[in-house]
Design a protein around this ligand. Structure first.
Ligand code: ADP
Ligand code: MG
Length: 288
């Protein structure tokens, strides 16, 4: 049966934006009981636009907060960084030079800019450092918010918005019809994660997840007897993709995540996974 399966899986992948790296992944796809999605760029478009820049410190205007942040974000590939740089270019701002850039894994970025120590970080980082989160920061559940610290003091925050992919809802209907639980694991904040989960009717979600915690989530689900498929991107997700029963790397497929994945989702579209599962089931039902 192997040559037939290979032929079919090749046909499926050719038409559906999937690259099947591991031959058994097509066969395994029909056993999936839980799909663990990342949020940004998979369930959502991953195309952030800046919606608000708020100063909470008189010493820094919102323009200055954006300008200093842009120095750091120019060195980052995170979709949040891409959104911030897009805004700076629209506003014709000059991006300042930086020194000692450092990525704070799962929490943000830091560097020295014009003699100041600047950090752009998650709400989780503020909580860890016992810095109070401004009241209005989470006034809109659809926004992702990052906080700007200058010389250790909170200067303000930048809110960004992303959109749910129209294909996500359709794909989730198909998973549910096939008794597949759909979960989401995201580094984003609790409020935004809940809003996306509610809108899509997910079976559950994990928010403010640090990269190493994704492996633990996959293991926990497997210990509960689940056959887990997981989507992920970037170097950070590679260990969890390797642990998953079916690891699905999203995007271009040139990085470390793609090397550890069984399947590459070329267009990052959840509907392509739904098609794969339906096709896998139909194929094996006919063969048995
Ligand atoms: P995810 O891929 O789910 O966004 P990450 O671990 O990449 O998870 O990021 C988690 C959080 O860390 C983001 O939601 C954001 O708050 C913060 N963060 C990460 N990278 C950056 C960055 N370049 N600029 C600002 N904040 C960042
Ligand atoms: Mg990420």
């Amino acid at each position: 049966a192997i040559p037939l399966v290979v032929a079919i899986s090749t046909a499926v992948s050719a038409q559906n934006g999937l690259l099947i790296r591991n031959r058994t992944a097509f066969e395994e796809s029909r056993k999936i009981s839980v799909l663990l999605f990342d949020k940004t760029g998979t369930l959502t478009k991953g195309d952030f636009g800046v919606t608000r820049i708020e100063s909470v410190n008189e010493a820094y205007s919102s323009e200055e907060i954006l300008r200093l942040s842009s120095a750091l974000e120019q060195s980052s590939e995170h979709p949040i960084a891409v959104g911030i740089i897009k805004k700076v270019k629209e506003d014709n701002m000059t991006i300042p030079k930086l020194e000692n850039f450092n990525a704070i894994t799962g929490k943000g970025v830091e560097a020295n800019v014009e003699g100041k120590q600047v950090k752009v970080v998650s709400p989780g980082y503020l909580r860890d450092e016992k810095i109070e989160i401004p009241k209005d920061a989470f006034s809109d559940a659809a926004e992702t918010v990052v906080f700007v610290l200058i010389d250790g003091q909170l200067a303000g925050y930048i809110a960004l918005a992303d959109e749910i992919r129209p294909e996500s809802a359709e794909a989730i209907k198909i998973f549910k019809k096939n008794n597949i639980k759909v979960l989401m694991a995201t580094g984003d904040n609790e409020i935004t994660a809940k809003a996306v989960s509610d809108k899509l009717g997910l079976d559950g979600y994990y928010s403010e997840v640090l990269p190493h915690q994704k492996v633990e989530i996959v293991e926990k689900l497997q210990n509960e007897g689940e056959f887990v498929a997981m989507t992920g991107d970037g170097v950070n997700d590679a260990p969890a993709l390797a642990q998953a029963n079916v690891g699905i790397a999203v995007g271009s497929g040139t990085d470390v995540a793609a090397e550890t994945a069984d399947i590459i989702l070329v267009n990052s579209n959840p509907q392509d996974i739904a098609n794969l599962i339906l096709f896998g089931k139909a194929t094996y039902n006919k063969m048995i």
